[in-house]
Design a protein around this ligand. Structure first.
Ligand code: NM2
Ligand code: OGA
Ligand code: ZN
Length: 383
């Protein structure tokens, strides 16, 4: 505790801020209303679950800090008027949470990722052994970190039994059921409602952009693979987005600012969405990409925008098919690929009618996977 006591060198009040001089020379200036809003006392938060018991409108507008000092344990005591409310903050809480030294980072942003291209995998693909992942939490953590950092992994030795893809999801999160079912069979069908169910090649795409919200994780488990062709292709859509931005900021801006419609319909379904092909966060960083030439709806833009849109759209389509961005491999029986469908585009090459190719697919969502990743990382940090 004596270590914690030394975090703060000096406390003072300046206008509407609490000024903290930290042990390492850094300074924080914390706005009085922020500090009152983040009060950690049992009258302000439920101390069991950390949830706040009041709303910002309950804080008087004229709130000011009357007094601030450290008690004999080093805690920072702040008296707010006109409420006459005393808040006690630990020094470590203040250091971890003060907004001027700790901006929130966006774990979905391009900035937090290891962007990749073909030559990034010279030493092989990120494989994880299925049994090890199920039996060892540190391997599960490795797998989830791969999803966060590079956007995919390949599970090896998943038993080639029906429905295993749902078992894999139950290890990591929750199944996202759709009109295609909890699980769907990817193999050649007669009268398919989707070109995925033919032997045609499929260009690089993200799945289900016509659904809002989109399923954010896709799994494909290979049960049979004896055709010629039918190779799998992956592209890092965030990397592709950065290439587009470098080559033409104008094209990039058009795709982030223009919302387009996607649609999927069959007898029982009519799904529609309206979304940008490249989505940015509030710091203009890429957080989602979408592309699916098979299911983009009629493009209806103001006439004066159509030419420039087509220039940008063609540029984007051309980049995501570049050989130097693509990795190509053939799934073997028992392999299962899991990918971040907001980032990684996938494709497959056409395959022969001779032989058998059968994948079982399913969707889950990133929120469940990231939640488990956070829990496992917290556990690792706490001991
Ligand atoms: N399937 C395989 O998003 C798409 O339409 C791609 C999806 C039919 C569930 C295919
Ligand atoms: C899909 C798809 C790829 C494949 O089903 O969404 O893209 O390898 N399939 O068949
Ligand atoms: Zn697909």
């Amino acid at each position: 505790m004596s270590q914690i006591k030394e975090l703060i060198i000096k406390l003072s009040i300046a206008d509407d801020e609490l000024v903290i001089e930290w042990y390492d020379g850094k300074e924080s200036r914390l706005y009085s209303q922020w500090l009152r809003d983040h009060c950690q006392m049992p009258t302000s938060i439920n101390t069991d679950n950390g949830q706040r018991l009041f709303s910002v409108v309950n804080i008087p507008k004229e709130t000011y800090i009357e007094k601030a000092y450290q008690d004999d344990k080093g805690n920072v005591c702040v008296r707010f008027q006109p409420e006459n409310h005393m808040s006690v903050f630990s020094q470590s809480w203040l250091r971890k949470n003060c907004y001027d030294l700790n901006l929130h980072f966006d774990d979905r942003s391009e900035k937090q990722k290891h962007l990749w291209q073909k030559d990034s995998f010279k030493d092989g693909l990120p494989f994880i052994n299925y049994e090890s992942m199920c039996n060892d939490e540190s391997i599960k953590l490795d797998a989830l970190r791969l999803v966060r950092d590079i956007g995919f992994f390949v599970l090896e030795n998943v038993p080639t039994a029906e429905g295993q893809v749902l078992k894999v999801i139950s290890e990591l999160g929750y199944t996202r059921e759709t009109n295609y079912g909890a699980l769907f069979e990817v193999r050649t069908e007669v009268n398919p409602n989707n070109l995925a169910y033919t032997n045609m090649g499929l260009g690089s795409h993200t799945d289900n952009p016509y659904r809002d919200p989109v399923p954010t994780v896709q799994l494909l488990h290979c049960l049979d693979s004896s055709t010629e062709g039918g190779d799998s292709v992956l592209v890092d859509g965030f990397k592709a987005g950065t290439v587009l931005r470098q080559e033409s900021k104008e094209d990039f801006d058009i795709l982030t600012n223009t919302w387009v419609n996607f649609r999927f319909s069959d007898e029982a379904t009519d799904l529609r969405s309206r979304v940008p092909l490249i989505e940015l966060n509030d710091s203009s960083e890429i957080v989602k990409v979408r592309y699916n030439n098979r299911s983009i709806d009629t493009i209806k833009l103001p006439a004066k925008k159509i030419r420039n849109f087509y220039k940008a759209y063609r540029h984007w389509s051309e980049i995501i098919e570049r050989e130097d961005l693509k990795i190509t491999f053939k799934l073997s029986e028992g392999d299962l690929i899991l990918l971040d469908n907001t980032r990684i585009m996938h494709a497959r090459t056409a395959f022969s009618k001779k032989g058998k190719r059968h994948l079982q697919g399913a969707y889950t969502d990133l929120d469940g996977l990231y939640s488990l990743l956070n829990v496992l990382e917290n556990q690792q940090q706490n001991g």
